[in-house]
Design a protein around this ligand. Structure first.
Ligand code: PLP
Length: 336
């Protein structure tokens, strides 16, 4: 039995369909208690502020967020008894607002993008609220360095990781996980994913995109650029089509940035693949030449040794498709 819901933060790492000769594994962050990767930084930023004495029981927390950080903070604030105001762009999905309100948070909607929400939160902080500054706060990255990264290392066991592919918002996930994994695997590639229509990292130009959570339109202080080997851009249409495929073919209901991350992970895996290796291409299957006789002869162990050599790409699925129902992206009449 856990003392607190906050002790249940953590997520599984699950193999997804991979190009022949490779393995892709996805960290299913929707399994965290408030349903996204942001439960981790929310807890770490609040506890860091408590330790530094900038946050005390009667304070009200304020944070600009496109949603998931707000939901994570709403969970932490409810658990620890803080008041919370979330400033968010009105364009983001209503599910997010409803969830934050359900946890007892107040919502302040602004027109425009996340940069407009940041300006509004800055003025509320000047009036006395405590802002956690997820784009600059090192505790955001530290949460992933101390929790997500070590969980992945433990979950891959003896296997080496060849690449990490992750979407970028604040940069906390890719920087924290990337820094920890690269300590273990110095040759590992780190590949950032951003919206094709708002490809600030690739082009230096911001633009308008329909992704929620990924692609803030500027380079966040928490993004450790020197960790990145390359950047992949993915269109919203390709990402949403991949979300539908993941749901219908693999039983994984995930959000837009997860779909984009998997599109990019498959590109990276196809590039790193060693087709002559006997890697199971789809989850739950055995490699083609692993027949019953081979298994009876102790084949699985031997074959498993072969799987271990398959290039391994780890990606992160930050949240669930349930947070995107109102966008219509899963409607039955939308083609795969
Ligand atoms: C759905 C979603 N995907 C990706 C990200 C990007 O994660 P990070 O801020 O750690 O870069 C976020 C961040 O809020 C998110 O909510």
């Amino acid at each position: 039995m856990n003392d607190s819901v906050l002790d249940t933060i953590g997520s599984p790492l699950v193999q997804v369909y991979s190009p022949p000769g490779s393995t892709i594994a996805a960290k299913l962050e929707s399994k965290n208690p408030a349903g996204s990767a942001k439960d981790r930084p929310a807890l770490w930023m609040v506890e860091q502020a408590e330790r530094e004495g900038v946050l005390s029981p009667d304070d009200r927390i304020v944070e600009p967020t496109s949603g998931n950080t707000g939901i994570g903070l709403a969970l932490v604030a409810a658990t620890k008894g803080y008041d919370l105001t979330i400033v968010m762009p009105s364009s983001k999905s209503p599910e997010r607002r409803q969830i934050m309100r359900a946890y007892g948070a107040d919502i302040d909607l602004v027109d425009g993008e996340i940069s407009d929400a940041k300006n509004r939160a800055d003025s509320l902080a000047q009036e006395g609220m405590v802002q956690l500054h997820q784009f600059e706060n090192p505790a955001n990255t530290e949460a992933h360095y101390r929790t997500t990264g070590p969980e992945i290392l433990q979950q891959v066991g003896d296997r080496s990781i060849d690449a990490l592919v992750a979407g970028v918002g604040t940069g906390g996930t890719i920087s924290g996980v990337g820094r920890r994994l690269r300590e273990a695997f110095p040759e590992m590639e780190i590949v950032a994913v951003e919206p094709e229509a708002n490809a600030v990292l690739s082009t230096g130009e911001s633009g308008e995109d329909a992704f929620q959570g990924m692609g803030p339109g500027f380079v966040s202080d928490n993004l450790e650029l020197d960790l990145l080997d390359s950047v992949e851009t993915v269109s919203i249409d390709a990402a949403e089509a991949e979300c539908r495929r993941l749901a219908r073919e693999e039983g994984l209901l995930v959000g837009q940035s997860s779909g984009a991350s998997n599109v990019a992970a498959r590109r990276v895996a196809a590039r790193l693949a060693t087709p002559e290796l006997n890697c199971p291409p789809t989850p739950g299957t055995v490699a083609p030449n692993t027949d019953a006789t081979a298994q009876a002869d102790g084949g699985p162990n031997e074959t498993h040794g072969e799987y271990d050599d398959c290039p391994l790409v780890v990606t992160v699925f930050p949240d669930s498709g349930e947070r995107y129902m109102s966008t219509g992206m899963f409607d039955a009449d939308v083609d795969a």
